[in-house]
Write a protein that binds this ligand. Structure first.
Ligand code: DC
Length: 223
């Protein structure tokens, strides 16, 4: 019997808890954690810093195609520079949602994302991991929560005005779900998890249970 790499795809809207859950699940299983949104944010940061309209595909597709984006142990390197903090700025979040609607940018970043599974088993989070990046992932989770709960969690973590945060979340959800290329949607074979009434530990436990039931206790096996 030989061991096969396992791919766990976690998709869902902003603020559903994907990042914390994906990071913890990866750590407990000894898999690589890849936050695909950080890549779109890195391209968005290039747009913001160079004063490029985040919808300008003529400028952004070549930039994204040649960018050196490396995700390692929670750190994001863009062309050798640590941009872990900058990519979380509100202006970058807004730009990322526009940049990620450009098909050429998506093509470049999806290719980078697919490379990670050549290295090891991965937990990858995003919007299109189970539908586009890894349609054959052994485990697919669609993690959701109501917009109100997501806004409340965001305000508790980062501060800000609840009504404004809720409005921004709704706007981003709408853009992510209605863009023509790879919109946010649940893969048919994904497990739906609504985290609205759950705490993080309950979500992590449930995801680990699903992974273990779909694999040989977290290990991929081919006979
Ligand atoms: O998960 P996040 O909020 O850090 O993602 C930033 C933006 O990138 C968000 O607007 C959605 C987009 N995104 C995407 O289109 N596809 C992915 N696989 C990951 C993120």
């Amino acid at each position: 019997m030989s061991e096969k790499r396992v791919i766990v795809a976690i998709d869902g809207p902003a603020g559903a808890g994907k990042s914390t859950v994906a990071k913890e699940v990866a750590e407990r299983l000894g898999y690589l954690h890849v936050d695909s949104g950080a890549m779109y944010r890195a391209v968005a940061l290039m747009a913001v810093e160079n004063d490029i309209d985040p919808s300008d595909h003529n400028k952004l597709v070549p930039l994204a195609s040649h960018a050196d984006i490396v995700l390692r142990a929670g750190t994001v390197l863009l062309n050798g520079r640590d941009v872990t903090a900058e990519i979380r700025l509100p202006a970058v979040s807004q730009a990322a949602s526009r940049v990620s609607a450009i098909p050429g940018v998506r093509r470049a970043l999806v290719a980078l994302q697919q490379d990670y599974a050549n290295e090891s088993s991965v937990v990858m989070e995003g919007r299109d991991i189970g539908t586009v990046v890894y349609p054959h992932a052994q485990v697919k989770i669609y993690l959701d929560a109501s917009p109100e709960i997501r806004a409340r969690r965001r305000v508790a973590d980062e501060g800000g005005d609840y009504e404004r945060v809720l409005c921004e979340i709704r706007e981003r959800d709408d853009r992510d779900a209605t863009r023509p290329d790879s919109p946010l949607r649940q893969a048919e074979d994904a497990h739906f998890l609504d985290s609205s009434g759950m705490d993080l530990e309950q979500v992590i436990t449930e995801v680990l249970r699903i992974v273990r039931s779909k694999t040989s206790n977290g290990r991929g096996v081919t006979s």
